[in-house]
Design a protein around this ligand. Structure first.
Ligand code: XIL
Length: 368
């Protein structure tokens, strides 16, 4: 039996809840974290350390909605090792600690990338350095977070069809220039030795579209995987970044599904690692843009989550307020509008994309 004081408190809470807009109520009840977990999947987001420290609404939203986090930039080499003799783990530690406090997993992103390297690394690579520029770094970083890391993007964006090589490899990468394709082998072996329990990913951009250029990215990715597997490289999963463009790029469920099947047939797991859906080139009406983004999110994730070997999805940010797209030369709106590409709007309220993602998780087959 409730005493008078609790009854009054409950009545006030019920009244407040009833006054909430339905969409917010939905977010109050259902989180992406719980919807994902109910099917044995993960939902998470890229986060920024500065934002976690400075924006309480952002911090609470991330803590409540995400089951796994990844550093937007804090665990990239330019931040982690600004000079050969200096490591700057502070910002990344902030995010790993936040995840631990909130019972969230962590993804490491990214050990080897052609971009976001400190100048000293680029200079050293040009001088044909030893492999230790890869192995020492990976050993230092992956050991530090060993036992606290679900997975690592060991290499990122190694395919680049614009260079038009027959294998579609990004040969302009300073890593490729220094070591040939074997830089990938060296990195994976170093990561496996440093953290044998983390799932080791090859993470790739734009393989999911129903476009000829994207078919070449798929071909390049699958042929590279075959070469790596023949060389006994310990690759375990493929990350599909999924920076989708709902009004600019074609998408077909069967094309995407077949690509996932090809990866899985090679014994690998799959994960959507950086989902956002830019509304660039969309109509003026934000509701129309939101619906188109939500509809593609549902279709895309329905296919991704239909695969038993699918680990889940991270969005590249969680609120439109801080999306990288708002400052991206290719995807920022010319008129300065905020990109409506993520599950929550600039006021941290759930959008149609949030509901579409909850629905996709809820419709997914349950896995152990
Ligand atoms: C981006 C970050 O969002 C930006 O803040 C940063 O300036 C550049 O990197 N693919 C990736 C991510 O793998 O690491 C990129 O993140 C976005 C594209």
């Amino acid at each position: 039996m409730l005493d008078r004081r609790s009854l009054l408190k409950n009545t006030a809470a019920i009244a407040a809840y009833a006054a909430m807009p339905v969409s917010t109520r939905a977010a109050e009840q259902q989180t992406l974290r719980s919807a994902a977990l109910s099917r044995g999947l993960l939902y998470g987001t890229a986060v920024g350390a500065k934002l976690l420290n400075s924006d309480p609404l952002y911090r609470d939203l991330v803590a409540k909605q995400a089951g796994i986090l990844v550093c937007e930039s804090e665990s990239k080499r330019k931040v982690l090792q600004p000079t050969q003799d200096t490591f700057n783990f502070g910002p990344a530690d902030t995010i790993w600690r936040f995840a631990a406090t909130n019972g969230q997993k962590m993804r490491g992103h990214t050990l080897i990338w052609h971009d976001y390297n400190p100048d000293w690394v680029v200079d050293a690579l040009a001088r044909k350095p030893s492999e230790r520029i890869i192995t020492d770094y990976i050993s230092t970083v992956a050991r530090r977070y060993r036992g606290r890391t679900h997975s690592w993007d060991v290499v990122n964006e190694v395919i680049n069809i614009e260079e038009k090589y027959p294998d579609f490899m990004r040969r302009s990468s300073p890593w490729y220039q220094a070591f040939g394709e074997s830089y990938i082998d060296i990195a994976f072996h170093a990561a496996k030795e440093a953290d044998p329990d983390a799932i080791l990913f090859l993470n790739e951009l734009n393989p999911e579209a129903d476009e000829r250029w994207s078919a070449n990215i798929r071909r390049g990715t699958l042929d590279l995987i075959d070469r790596l597997l023949r060389r006994n490289v310990p690759i375990e999963a493929v990350g599909i970044q999924a920076h989708l463009k709902v009004f600019r790029t074609s998408y077909n469920d069967d094309v995407f599904s077949k690509f996932l099947d090809e990866i899985i047939a090679r014994g690998l797991m799959v994960m959507i690692t950086e989902l956002d859906i830019t509304d660039i080139d969309g109509p003026a009406d934000p509701e129309v843009r939101d619906e188109a983004v939500a509809s593609l999110a549902k279709r895309f994730l329905d296919v991704a989550f239909s695969k038993e070997q699918s680990l889940g999805c991270l969005t590249w940010g969680i609120t439109d307020r801080y999306s990288w797209l708002n400052s991206h030369w290719k995807y920022k709106h010319p008129d300065g509008r905020i990109s409506r590409s993520l599950p929550f709007d600039t006021n941290y309220s759930p959008k149609a994309m949030f509901s579409a993602m909850v629905s996709a998780y809820s419709a997914a087959p349950t896995r152990s």
